[in-house]
Each structure stands twice: as C-alpha cells, then as structure tokens.
Design a protein around this ligand. Structure first.
Ligand SMILES: *Cc1c(COP(=O)(O)O)cnc(C)c1O
Length: 423
C-alpha cells in the first residue's frame, strides 16, 4: 500500500494524535520523506533541522556509523527479554555510561523512554528512604518551571502552572515547589534562602530533590546560575534527601560540559534523548551504591521496575556507537563553535520589535518573544527560509545537530529571524 501525500495527510488527520494535539481540530502536520546529515526532506524540500528531532539527533540523520551499529545488531538479534538474560549491547552500554558520568554513579537501569527513567528515579528515591527506615518520606522538592515528562509520576514534578496539575489533581501527589532559580549572574543568595527554608519546613516528608540542572528545557528554555546546583547538593545533604538530576535534555554536551553532573554530583542521574543519537527510544537512570544499598534493604529487597523492552539490544548498540562517535571528536570545542555562531547570528534580534530576550547556552539558542508565537506562521516562514523549527509558547529556539556547519548555523539564525518577524 503506497499512499499519495494527500492521502497520507488525510489519514493522519483522521487517525493519529501528534504531541499535544486535538483529534477534532488537528494542527497542520507535514510529511517527511527523507533525512540525511542535518537535513530533513519536508514537503519535498530539503531543509536544515534546527531541532535535532527534540534534542536527540546530535550526529544528524543516517550517520554511517550509527546505521552500521543497528544493522550489525539486527543480524545477531533485535530483542530478547532482560529478565534472567543479558547481552553484550546492554553490558557494553552500561560500562560506557558509568565511565562518562561521575565516579559515584555506578549502577544503571535501562529504561525505554525519558519519562520512564524519571519514574524509575522517583521510585529509587522512595525505595531508598523506605530501606533506611524513613517510609514517611514520600514527597519531592523541586523548582517552578521544570519539565520531567508526561507520565503520572513525572507530571507531579512538572511546573504546577505550565504543567497539568489542575487537570489531574486527584491523580497527582502534592510535591513542594521552590522558586525558579535565578539566571546566570542573578541573585543566588535570595533564591538559596527561600529554597533552604522550604526544605527546612517540609524535610520530614521529603524523599528527594529533582531538577533539570542548569537548563530548564520544555518548561521554558530557562538557563540558571550553576551556583544553585551546589545549594541543592548542600540542602539535600543537610536533610538526608536524595538529589536527582534529570539530564535527559542537557546530557551529552548540549550545555557545555559532557554532563552538568560533572559540576555537582547527584545521587541519581537520568539520561535520554541524545543517548541513541536520535535512532531509537532509550533512556537510563544511574545511581550511587548508597542508593542501591537502601533499595536493597527496603521491604521488597528489589527495585520494583522491569519494562518488557528493557535493555533493547538495538537501542543499546546504537547508543554505544553514538557515545563513541561523540567522544572521538572534539565535542567540547564543537559546542563552543556552535555557541559562537548562535550568539553571533541571534544577538542582532535583541533589537527587533516583539523580542523580549535572546539567550544562548552551549549548543542552544533561544529567542523569547513578548507574546505567544503564531506557531504556523513562524514554522511556514522558517521553512520558506530552508529551516525546520518547532516553536512553543513564546519561544523560537534551536538546538542543532552537532554536525551543523557554520553555514547551516547561519541559515538557522537567518530563518529564526524571519520567523520572529512573522510569528
Ligand atoms: C524530554 C524530557 C523528558 C521526557 O522524556 P521522554 O523520552 O519524552 O519521555 C524528561 N525530562 C526532560 C528534562 C526532558 O527534556
């Protein structure tokens, strides 16, 4: 069955949900027919992908090394259950993850998506508290403006206003929300005093702290002062709380360091998105031996999680290949190069009418408008300028594939400029 483009679009509208869309009033979707390097073929035109398919396709599309890793593993076996069985792709990936993250993070749970890895992180923290004799510690301290995924446990720690709390009140546990940490160079002391006071007030109920370190992504592309991470670590240590860093968006060099956790070590770390270079869905939750020991002394004695597709061999094989590819290049200089190009290309927009703020951090560039973006107008204008962007709320932003050239980055900035004026 080979359908013409208009038939595809008609059936898509009739049957398929897209992220955050309505079945009765679907927003426009466009057909992709190919992807190679930094380019997607959208509606028949080759355009630069400024989104890396939501932070994931860091090496671009159809990378020969990643293609080969999947093909080779397919010839061995595509999937086997992980209960009672193990295999080289999972073990080799775990070893790499332990190697590239801080020394204290020693144990790896392979999850099938970012949201699941956050669910596992929350569960680890709760089971650890039970194991050390604190079963009443069931809430989490976090900050406003966060995003941690769409499943129920994750929703509970997402920003209570921008997230979905009011819609799902009966379902969601009531967690504790501190103020959004200040931007780099901001008033860390005042924020820290408020955050510590909240921890003091709620400590007996709290199991842990969960945050996206340094950059809040889907909650609003807000970068904050790294000094806040040390405050979180100190507050966690003072009250015996488990510190969870959700690096699903920030991991693998996106903000500068390979992991922000190199600056301050958490007890639990979630990685995802770029883990497989955008090839397959996979995430991981890493923890320290202390957390693992606490889980083992809880009443079940085991970590209570085990998805059907845990440790999928194809995903693990391509993840290892992606990590090797990243480390083989000068990823740090490359992030700096991308930052320079985005800063140069986007900063002139600061003086454009309708622009509230322009900011870059690592390989990320953000233009915040003073109004909600007209998503369709901005998207169409960017496409007419040869670039795929996906704005949300008041933000038009890019986190390009790391293989984007300076010319590609200049195209992205030009298209974002045009989209800003249109949206
Ligand atoms: C995307 C994201 C998630 C959710 O990951 P999924 O793979 O979409 O489930 C969780 N936390 C952060 C910080 C993310 O950016």
């Amino acid at each position: 069955m080979s359908l013409a483009t208009d038939e595809l679009l008609a059936l898509d509208r009739e049957h398929l949900w897209h992220p955050y869309t309505s079945m009765t009033e679907p927003t426009r979707a466009r057909v992709v027919t190919g992807a190679s390097g930094v380019r997607l073929t959208v509606d028949g035109a080759d355009v630069v992908d400024a989104m890396s398919s939501w932070w994931s396709a860091i090496h671009g599309y159809r990378h020969p090394v990643l293609d080969e890793a999947i093909v080779n593993q397919t010839r061995e076996f595509a999937h086997v259950m992980f209960g009672g069985l193990t295999h080289r792709p999972a073990v080799e990936l775990a070893r790499r993850l332990v190697d590239v993250t801080p020394d204290a993070l020693h144990h790896v749970f392979l999850a099938d998506s970012g949201s699941v890895s956050v669910e596992v992180a929350l569960k680890m923290a709760l089971q650890h508290q039970r194991g050390i004799g604190r079963p009443e510690r069931t809430r989490f301290l976090t900050v406003r403006g966060g995003y941690h995924g769409d499943t129920s446990g994750c929703m509970g720690v997402c920003d209570p206003v921008g997230g979905m709390h009011s819609m799902f009140t009966g379902l969601l546990p009531q967690h504790v929300f501190g103020d959004t940490p200040p931007p780099p160079g901001g008033d860390v002391a005042t924020w820290a005093a408020g955050f510590s006071a909240l921890a003091d007030a709620h400590a007996p109920d709290l199991a842990g702290i969960i945050v996206e370190p340094v950059l809040q992504g889907a909650g609003g592309m807000h970068a904050y002062d790294t000094a806040c991470l040390q405050v979180m670590r100190e507050v966690a240590d003072e009250h015996g709380l488990v510190l969870v860093f959700d690096e699903i968006a920030t991991g693998f060099g996106r903000t500068g360091p390979l992991f922000v956790s190199e600056l301050v070590t958490p007890d639990i770390l979630c990685v995802g998105k770029a883990l497989t270079g955008g090839y397959l869905t996979l995430a991981a939750t890493l923890c320290t031996s202390e957390i693992a020991a606490g889980i083992s002394t809880s009443e079940s004695g085991v970590l209570m999680h085990g998805p059907t597709f845990m440790g999928n061999p194809l995903a693990c094989a391509v993840a290892s290949a992606s990590i090797d590819l990243l480390l083989a290049g000068d990823w740090s200089a490359n992030t700096a190069r991308i930052n320079t190009a985005l800063e140069r290309g986007l900063s002139p927009l600061r003086d454009t009418s309708g622009v509230h703020d322009v900011r870059t951090i690592g390989a990320i560039g953000v233009v915040q408008l003073d109004h909600d973006v007209d998503v369709e107008a901005a998207t169409a204008t960017a496409l007419a300028n040869g670039v795929w962007v996906r704005p949300f709320r008041d933000l038009i932003y890019t986190m390009p594939p790391y293989v984007a050239t300076d010319d590609d980055l200049a195209s992205i900035c030009r298209a974002i400029g045009a989209a800003v004026r249109a949206g």
